[in-house]
Structure formats: structure tokens, C-alpha cells
Design a protein around this ligand. Structure first.
Ligand SMILES: [Zn+2]
Ligand SMILES: [Zn+2]
Ligand SMILES: [Zn+2]
Length: 239
């Protein structure tokens, strides 16, 4: 609500010119209505003025490099103690600053019942909108929660799957190496059985190759045993 300084009630202690200068909103140029202060430049603006400004401009009206506004409760209390207004609807009541909006909109005997009904309707619509927004957010939140819970379960399933794949892969690797070594050994045995004459170097090569492969398999086997033991321990811990 725009507060017109023309309706300020002059008292002996207050000098209206000073009040106008000190407590004017630089956006609407009326008396500050629910003052909000910029934390940087400390200028005050009406709550509705600064919220509208912030939404459009994303800045402080005084061009502060940084900006953030907070309700100036001290100033509101001060204004509540020193400012009084004549009713602009002409009912003759002298209204304290803190009751001005309530009086003009609702409690003044000159408030048109039609206006009052309209305001009530507007408020009801606003209330319904908030309710819908609240319900939508609640619904989204529940959906996200369910999704999160499902992900936790899926994650555990995937982990278990990976573990079983790891075991299969380890077994396959071991089998492959073992097969390779056996094929070489069998070749050697077959050649000996068939009395195939080996060159001395040939035999040595073959023997070394087979021996190396067997050593390799033994090593791999040991590594795999240790790996499997570790995996089994991990699985035990998970159980
Ligand atoms: Zn204003
Ligand atoms: Zn500022
Ligand atoms: Zn009135």
C-alpha cells in the first residue's frame, strides 16, 4: 500500500517536513510501508516496493555492488511510535502507523462492503494458489524420496552383480591360463610319445616355455586365491 504523506497527523513533537525527508521510500516516494533495509547502503524501502524492484532489476536501487535486504524492525517500531495519520477515507479516525493498512482496507467504517468482499475473494484465490503450490511441492518431494529409495536398492543390486561378475572373470582368467599351459604340456607329451626327434635347442625351448607357463599359472593362481579370499571377506562383511 502506498502511504501518502499528505495524511500525516501533525503533533507538537514531530516536524512533518523532517519526517517526510527521513522516512520516505525512494521508489514510491511515499512514507515507508514496512521498511526493508539494504544491508550494504542501509537505505530503506517499502517492503512491497523493494520486492517488486528486486524481482525486475536484481539489484539495489542505490546501485550497491552487492545487495541483500532485511526487514528493518527497529525502524518499524520507531515509526509505530511517532507516526499517526488522518483516515484518507474521511471517517475522522486518527490511526497509528502500525494499524494504517488494516484500517484503510478492513476496519474503517467507510470501507465499501463491495471492496471488502473483493479483497476477501482475492485473498481466497491467493490462498488456493499457495495451497496448490504446496501440494505440488509435497507430491514432488514424495516422488523424489521414492526415487531415492529405489536408487539405494538398485545400487545395492548393481554392486552385488558387479561382485559376482568379478568372480566369474577371475575364474575365466585362471581357466584360460591353465588351458594354455596344459596344451603346451600335452604337445610335449605327444611329441615324446610319437618319438619325434627333438633338436636339443627345441626341447630346451619347449621345456622352458612349459615351465614358465606353469610358474605363471601358479603365480596367477596364488593371486586369484588371495583376491577371492578378500572378496569373500568383503561379501561376509556386507552380509
Ligand atoms: Zn515505497
Ligand atoms: Zn543498497
Ligand atoms: Zn477511516
Amino acid at each position: 500500500m502506498y502511504i501518502d504523506s499528505a495524511y500525516l497527523q501533525r503533533t507538537e513533537e514531530s516536524n512533518i517536513d523532517d519526517i517526510e525527508q527521513l522516512f520516505t521510500c525512494s521508489i514510491c516516494e511515499g512514507i515507508l510501508n514496512k521498511p526493508y533495509q539494504c544491508k550494504i547502503c542501509q537505505n530503506n524501502f517499502c517492503e512491497h516496493c523493494i520486492k517488486e524492484w528486486e524481482e525486475k532489476n536484481h539489484s539495489c536501487p542505490m546501485r550497491c555492488s552487492n545487495y541483500s535486504f532485511e526487514e528493518n524492525i527497529c525502524l518499524f517500531n520507531l515509526l509505530s511510535n511517532i507516526l499517526f495519520f488522518k483516515c484518507q477515507k474521511g471517517c475522522g479516525t486518527i490511526i497509528p502507523y502500525s494499524k494504517l493498512e488494516e484500517h484503510i482496507n478492513y476496519t474503517c467504517p467507510n470501507v465499501n462492503i463491495q471492496d471488502f468482499r473483493q479483497k476477501f475473494e482475492d485473498l481466497s484465490v491467493e490462498f488456493e494458489n499457495y495451497k496448490i503450490r504446496f501440494e505440488t511441492k509435497k507430491y514432488t518431494n514424495l516422488k523424489l524420496k521414492k526415487c531415492y529409495e529405489n536408487l539405494i536398492v538398485e545400487n545395492a543390486e548393481i554392486k552385488a552383480q558387479i561382485r559376482s561378475y568379478e568372480n566369474v572373470i577371475n575364474e575365466l582368467n585362471f581357466q584360460k591360463l591353465y588351458d594354455l599351459g596344459e596344451i603346451n604340456l600335452n604337445n610335449l607329451i605327444q611329441r615324446i610319445d610319437k618319438n619325434i626327434v627333438f633338436e636339443k635347442e627345441d626341447l630346451i625351448d619347449e621345456k622352458i616355455f612349459t615351465k614358465l607357463n606353469i610358474e605363471k599359472i601358479k603365480r596367477e593362481n596364488n593371486i586369484l586365491n588371495r583376491k577371492n579370499e578378500r572378496l569373500e571377506n568383503k561379501i561376509k562383511l556386507l552380509k
